[in-house]
Design a protein around this ligand. Structure first.
Ligand code: ATP
Ligand code: MG
Length: 501
């Protein structure tokens, strides 16, 4: 029997179904539209001049639209087209190494980007059943974080502090440190001056970090809609890699500016201002964003997305509206103290006010072992130091030993900017401290040891760091070996003489 094929000879239909409304008023970057009865929140509409807008809300029978480009050419009475489409952004691997706008368009004067897919901007966060508990460490390369306040893959860790306290530096260092980890990084700049983004870009380029990084530009010179949508776009871009089983790190710099932008939009939408003049739904906006981080279960390819949102506070006051909101919706915070920063302690992380709700679960067993009492010891030292400045004569022998240990700890925890330290090396240095192998040396020699021990082991035992990275824990033999190496370093080292006064 010959096989019969049916051919549809009817003409193809090309319907463009759209609802046509009208512009009622234009208020800066907000358009109030009418005659759009089937519009819903988060949908994209088009104006007669080709500009696009996103539906932000409704008042009576009017639609409030945020214009995504410039609203200067939009006039009262212009047509608005609604096709019932949700706002989507292009995503894909070709975005790596590029700078995109808050709605995913390239803004680095490079070629057009071929997307792999289009993801909804306001995508829902993965459900509880799609996730697994976080358990792997995200290597930030900053010793006081990795050893004291660890960050896990899939976690949301807030970086909170006054202006100019080193928040961005720690976040960028975490990006620099992903060079060999395979983690894709996204740096989302919101409401900051364009020059500060360029500074970070220059650094990332210089260190070859753009090979695995995407920048989302929501700087203060970008249209307001792009500043508002930038963190959503960053999440969507990250989700593409997470759904492909990769690990992603997203830095939001910063959420206080994002809250300002949303406040500006809300005031133009005539919504009642609440606490500190922010609209009440800013809590929802930020929690909806931070919920999108997570660690997916193996059936969903097991990718993860880690967030480092930054929030700026005023004069160390963490009780502001935006900061308390963010503290309550993240898994921990790293508090940057301006007093410590001014004393020259960098990074100026305050162990007392910083917390990670994931705790040491995500640390390598080796790191957990060598940093068990690091935080508490360091806090005790700082307290003791203050007391000793008041009554230096009344110090006991024990207190003096603690002060000496503390000074050493300070040398180890103080770290230059943009010089992330691999975790395996952190383990060796902290091992030396916890075993008391540094006790007989003055702090200046400890500093030299931290800076130079790495070069020493490159000749003495180049394998040890690789072994430690594979094992992730210190076996008794390895401990013995490390101890020997440290002792041998101090035996062979001729220390620089302190400069004569
Ligand atoms: P802003 O509020 O402006 O965003 P910030 O809190 O993000 O500031 P950074 O821009 O990271 O702070 O750092 C402020 C200054 O401190 C910069 O000049 C930076 O170079 C310097 N700095 C930060 N960390 C260190 C460090 N570990 N070592 C040396 N300098 C540092
Ligand atoms: Mg900053």
């Amino acid at each position: 029997m010959p096989k019969l094929e049916t051919v549809d000879l009817r003409p193809k239909k090309h319907f463009d179904i759209r609802e046509i409304g009208r512009v009622e008023t234009v208020r800066k970057f907000i358009v109030i539209g009418r005659d759009l009865p089937s519009c819903i929140n988060g949908e994209v509409v088009e104006f007669a001049n080709g500009e696009r807008g996103v539906v932000m809300g409704f008042k009576d029978d009017k639609v409030q639209i945020l214009v995504m480009g410039s609203a200067t050419e939009i006039r009262n009475g212009d047509e608005i087209y609604n096709r019932g489409e949700e706002l989507r952004v292009p995503v894909g691997k070709n975005f790596i190494g590029r700078i995109v706008s808050g709605i995913g368009n390239p803004v680095d004067r490079g070629s057009a980007i071929e997307p792999d897919d289009f993801y909804p901007v306001f995508r829902e966060a993965p459900g509880v059943m799609d996730r697994v508990p976080v358990k792997e460490t995200l290597e930030t390369g900053t010793i006081c974080l990795d050893a004291g306040i660890p960050v896990a893959l899939g976690q949301r860790q807030l970086l909170i502090g006054d202006r100019m306290t080193g928040k961005t530096t720690v976040a960028i260092d975490a990006i620099l440190n992903q060079k060999s980890t395979g983690v894709i990084c996204i740096y989302c700049c919101i409401g900051k001056p364009y020059v500060s983004l360029m500074k970070q870009l220059h650094l990332l380029n210089e260190r070859g970090a753009m090979a695995y990084t995407i920048i989302v530009n929501g700087t203060s010179s970008a249209p307001v809609a792009e500043q508002y949508l930038a963190p959503y776009t960053a999440c969507s871009l990250g989700e593409f890699f997470m759904h492909n089983g990769q690990d992603v790190l997203v830095v939001f710099d910063d959420f206080s500016k994002h809250a300002w932008v949303y406040r500006e939009i809300s005031l133009l939408l005539e919504r009642a201002p609440g606490r500190e003049a922010y609209p009440g739904d800013i809590f929802y906006i930020h929690s909806q964003l931070v919920e999108r981080a997570g660690y997916l279960k193996p059936e969903l390819k097991g990718g993860s997305m880690t967030f480092l949102p930054i929030v700026e506070i005023l004069q160390g006051d963490v009780t502001g509206y935006i900061s308390t909101n963010l503290i309550s919706m993240t898994d921990g915070q790293i508090y940057f103290n301006s007093n410590l920063f001014n004393k020259g302690l960098r990074p100026a992380v305050d162990f007392g006010l910083s917390v990670s709700r994931i705790g040491s679960k995500a640390q390598w067993p080796a790191v957990r072992e060598v940093s068990k009492s690091l935080r508490i010891d360091y806090l005790q030292y700082q307290e003791l130091l203050q007391m000793s400045q008041i009554r230096a004569s009344a110090l006991s022998k024990e207190a003096e030993t603690k002060l000496k240990r503390g000074a050493m700890m300070t040398q180890i925890l103080t770290q230059d900017k943009n010089k992330p330290v691999p975790i395996e090396y952190q383990v060796l240095v902290l091992f030396a401290l916890s075993k008391g192998l540094l006790d007989s040396h003055p702090p200046a020699q400890v500093r030299e040891f931290v800076d130079e021990f790495n070069t020493f082991i490159q000749t003495a035992d180049p394998e040890i760091l690789t072994k430690l990275r594979t094992a992730k824990e210190l076996s008794p033999e390895m401990k013995k070996k490390v101890e020997e190496l440290i002792k041998s370093y101090f035996e062979h080292k001729v220390f620089k003489k302190p400069a004569a006064k």
